[in-house]
Design a protein around this ligand. Structure first.
Ligand code: NAG
Length: 291
């Protein structure tokens, strides 16, 4: 490339990069379904400053002890949330017979999220005996979950989607609220994007990744029952409690989920339509950012 052309290309690249950087998204984020969201938490765990720094200001690392009826308790531990392979590692540790499993959880500081589009680019853990979850939560009946069970025989292509409660009053699984989805050919142990689109009348769960041969593969599942209506927080965790039915742990080796990013685009109860409109008009009614 002649020097001048190269220079122009560089200037254009720089200008483009600067514009993207400086772009305020004051008029919100438009997602691939056409929904516009006013706010975002964009956590890029692959950033130069390191994965833990990307948690600052937006996420809290859980440190609570959760008593379980299974005889093995969950101890969320800050040390189990760490820089790992240039991304964020969330670990449930190999069980040491202490009566608790050291686990990992991060949750958003805010609990006022009401509807949104939530994406996580991740690899699932392959050590059996843990649950890897990505979900909105405010109570056990106002919760929508993506869960991967590393003890599932097809754990690399199987995912559990649930709008809680996922059981009927008689204790049976409610097939309208809890769906086990297999994506033949998918490999969740390679980085793919798992997504929840939380809308007032439906939850759309989806996945986009690549097969081992490198071909794109995706799936989409909609649940219209038990869609939460209460402002919530967002949680990502890896845990085990030894329950023979679900987590099927405890793990005998460290089980680690690796997260490249967690991007949350949402509306909240603390950012009114009037505030959104005035922020957008103050920014000159720029286009929404496409996400
Ligand atoms: C999110 O909030 C903005 C501002 O109030 C509104 O214009 C938009 O329609 C809301 N998005 C959805 C999907 O409800």
């Amino acid at each position: 490339m002649p020097p001048l052309v190269l220079l122009n290309a560089l200037v254009a690249l720089f200008a483009f990069g600067t514009r993207v950087q400086a772009q305020s998204c004051a008029c919100g984020y438009q997602d691939s379904n056409g929904n516009v969201w006013g706010q975002a938490i964009v956590s890029t765990f692959t950033q130069d400053a390191g994965a833990p720094a990307a948690l600052d200001g937006d996420w809290i690392i859980a440190t609570d002890l959760e008593d379980q009826t299974t005889g093995i308790n969950i101890q969320y531990t800050a040390a189990n949330v760490f820089e790992y392979q240039d991304a964020l590692g969330l670990q449930a540790s190999a069980y040491d017979n202490s009566g608790l499993v050291e686990c990992a959880e991060i949750f958003t500081q805010r609990s006022d999220i009401l509807y949104g589009s939530f994406r996580m680019q991740t690899q699932v853990p392959s050590v059996p005996g843990v649950v890897f979850g990505f979900f909105t939560y405010i109570s056990d009946t106002q919760e929508q979950d993506i869960e991967f069970l590393s003890s599932d025989p097809e754990y690399y292509q199987q995912v559990h989607y649930t709008n809680q409660p996922g059981t009927l009053p008689d204790g049976d699984t409610d097939p309208d609220a809890a769906k086990d989805v297999e994506v033949p050919g998918a490999d969740f142990t390679t980085f793919g994007v798992h997504r929840i689109d939380w809308l007032p009348t439906e939850t759309i769960y989806s996945y986009a990744g690549d097969t081992d041969a490198g071909a794109p593969i995706s799936s989409k599942t909609t649940i219209t029952k038990n869609v939460p209506t209460t402002p919530s927080e967002f949680i990502i965790n890896v845990w085990s409690n030894g329950d023979p039915e679900w987590s099927k742990g405890p793990p005998t080796a460290n089980a680690i989920a690796t997260v490249h990013y967690a991007n949350l685009y949402f509306n909240s109860t603390t950012f009114s339509a009037a505030s959104f409109n005035s922020a957008c008009s103050a920014a000159g009614n720029v286009a929404s950012c496409s996400v």
